[in-house]
Design a protein. Structure first.
Length: 597
């Protein structure tokens, strides 16, 4: 351990510690600004509404799988937000940023244990904090909960494993913290099954034994940890298989190979070196041009060659850390999502955590090679390693800036923000409006969820408590941009002329049926024009559907939404108070399909 760490007892003191703090400050500002411009998207709405329907939460709710994922701590978070902070993006963005910054703090402690006093820690921390590979999963809440808690727990577990290898602190505390961090990570997302192989490869890379004896030495020295992982992971995987029922689908062998090649060479490698710097963006896919994959591959080979030349056997074992992690991560993708095809290999959500093992592997490889002392002009008064670390950090910053600019604003969900702002502003202008229940735009939530992609489900947690499909003179449809507009009827059909001159169809003590010119079926809306001199309750029946509305004095219109029907030829109106001598005149009725927003 270097003299400055021994003397200060803290990795934050000294020029390197201040540089690390600067990296975290830049991260807080940079990612904070990007988060401030983002918003909720897709699964965020569905999972929030689902949590709102559960009160209080239960074990079955916490353990219920979603799309093949078992994530009780995520469900608990959704429940708390849905019931106490519905769609409060500023608070959510602070939570996301807080977990990332906490990961940075733990990462600096880990790097300081592996490379005490070395300036190489600074560019490695910068890459972990700024890599564009993690951007999409940072700006999307549900995706971020599958990444950053795992990264944080993996870093905590690795830090305490390194402490154990370096004989720092209590052995039982170190190993117990490794297990506890893994358990917490698994409660957030099953991606944390990767923590165990990460720790195993790190332990082997840090062994003092030679050759393959590293394996036996690692097993012998840490056998209680490996036994606990063997039992715990076996139980977890068995439980996961029992709970989840999602069929991932199958594909021909060439599709597995194509997805694997895309994942490694067009997704993982560019991401590990601060890319991709240029890409075509299609939904969640980031498709780089060939030259990006070639250049990033050459950069990775260059780094590997330098590390192997300086660290030799120790560096080879260090690089096993990232190789094993990537292969297991790829195996999880193939096992759970292969049915989606090659396009999934371009999705950064499934590779965002690969920067973590890459940084750890490089730190382990550098640990095996002592820093080279370079003579600097005395007038510069610069510490050894400062200049190379500054250049490396600057290169990381440039690469990450270019990559981030490529991905923003595609992954910033600004359309969601505008959509929600317009809906809430429209409701604020006139809270008495009733909204037509339709599917929200696919950019907000895909219709694959059926009823849960309807506006009434998506907007259920709003504090404005909007009303849907109820009879109202102010029925509004939600446009693609979230504006509230009057309903337009397509293929309209009107009622037949009424028998009561000057009144149309008079509804008094006896019910009346309004005959339509053409039969209606499916879901439709109707605008009823009426006049009366009394406030009363009216019942309306259309096929198997019935509803009620309260009349207003004078001429008025009321919109009524009729759910799916087989065939309707007449609309029946009746009064709640048949003894009243007042009459409600149905002067007009037009029905048809509401124009889709």
């Amino acid at each position: 351990m270097s003299a400055d760490v021994v003397r200060t007892g803290s990795p934050w003191r000294g020029p390197a510690g201040l540089s690390a703090l600067a990296v975290l400050v830049v991260t807080a500002f940079w990612r904070g600004v990007l988060l401030n411009g983002s918003f909720f998207n897709q699964d965020d709405y569905y999972l929030t509404t689902r949590a709102l329907d559960v009160d209080p939460w239960s074990w079955s709710y916490l353990m219920e799988p979603v799309a093949g994922h078992v994530m009780p701590l995520q469900h608990a978070t959704y429940w708390l937000v849905a019931h106490h902070l519905p769609f409060d993006w500023p608070t959510i963005s602070l939570m996301i940023l807080g977990v990332q910054l906490a990961s940075g703090v733990v990462a600096w402690h880990l790097l300081s244990r592996l490379l005490p006093g070395r300036w190489a820690r600074v560019p490695l921390l910068a890459l972990l904090m700024w890599a564009p590979l993690t951007l999409a999963t940072t700006l999307w809440w549900s995706a971020s909960m599958g990444l950053w808690p795992h990264v944080l727990m993996a870093l905590v577990a690795t830090l305490f494993l390194v402490r154990q290898r370096l004989s720092i602190g209590s052995g039982w505390v170190n190993l117990g913290t490794c297990l506890l961090a893994t358990a917490v990570g698994l409660a957030w997302h099953e991606r944390s099954v990767l923590i165990a192989p990460l720790l195993a490869t790190v332990a082997v890379a840090m062994s003092d034994a030679r050759g393959w004896r590293r394996l036996t030495e690692t097993v012998r020295r840490l056998w209680p940890l490996w036994l606990a992982y063997l039992v715990g992971m076996s139980a977890y995987l068995w439980l996961h298989v029992q709970i989840t029922t999602v069929d991932a689908g199958t594909a021909p062998a060439r599709e597995y190979l194509a997805l694997s090649g895309t994942y490694i060479f067009e997704n993982a490698l560019p991401g590990m070196v601060g890319g991709p710097w240029f890409a075509e963006l299609k939904g969640g896919a980031v498709i780089p041009p060939i030259w990006v994959s070639v250049v990033s591959g050459l950069l990775v080979l260059l780094v590997v060659a330098v590390l192997l030349r300086r660290g030799r056997a120790d560096a080879r074992w260090a690089l096993v850390v990232v190789v094993v992690y990537v292969l297991i991560d790829l195996a999880l993708v193939l096992a759970g999502r292969a049915g989606f095809g090659r396009i999934l290999g371009y999705d950064p959500r499934y590779s965002a955590d690969l920067v973590l093992p890459a940084v750890v592997a490089v730190a382990l490889a550098l640990r095996a090679s002592p820093p080279r002392e370079r003579r600097l002009p005395q007038r510069w008064h610069l510490p050894a390693g400062f200049l190379s670390a500054t250049v490396a950090t600057a290169l990381v910053l440039v690469a990450c800036v270019v990559g981030t600019m490529t991905l923003v604003p595609h992954f910033q969900n600004d359309d969601d923000r505008d959509y929600w702002a317009n809906v809430r502003e429209g409701l604020a202008r006139d809270p008495s409006q009733v909204l037509l229940d339709e599917y929200v735009p696919t950019d907000i939530l895909l219709p694959l969820l059926e009823d849960e992609a309807q506006a009434s489900s998506v907007f259920a947690p709003l504090p404005e408590t909007p009303v849907f499909d109820e009879p109202s003179p102010r029925l509004r449809t939600i446009t693609e941009s979230g504006e509230l507009e009057a309903v337009t009827v397509l293929l309209p059909t009107s009622m037949r002329p009424g028998p009561d001159e000057g009144c149309g169809y008079a509804v008094s003590s006896a019910p009346r049926t309004v005959r339509m010119r053409r039969a209606l079926d499916g879901r439709f809306v109707m605008r009823v024009s009426y006049f009366t001199d009394v406030v009363t309750e009216m019942e309306v029946e259309a096929g198997t559907y019935s509803t009620r509305f309260r009349t207003g004095v004078g001429p008025n219109d009321v919109w009524i939404v009729v759910p799916e029907q087989d065939e309707v030829r007449g609309i029946r109106f009746s009064r709640d108070d048949p003894t009243s001598r007042s009459t409600v005149c149905i002067a007009g009725l037009v029905a048809g399909i509401p124009e889709a927003s």
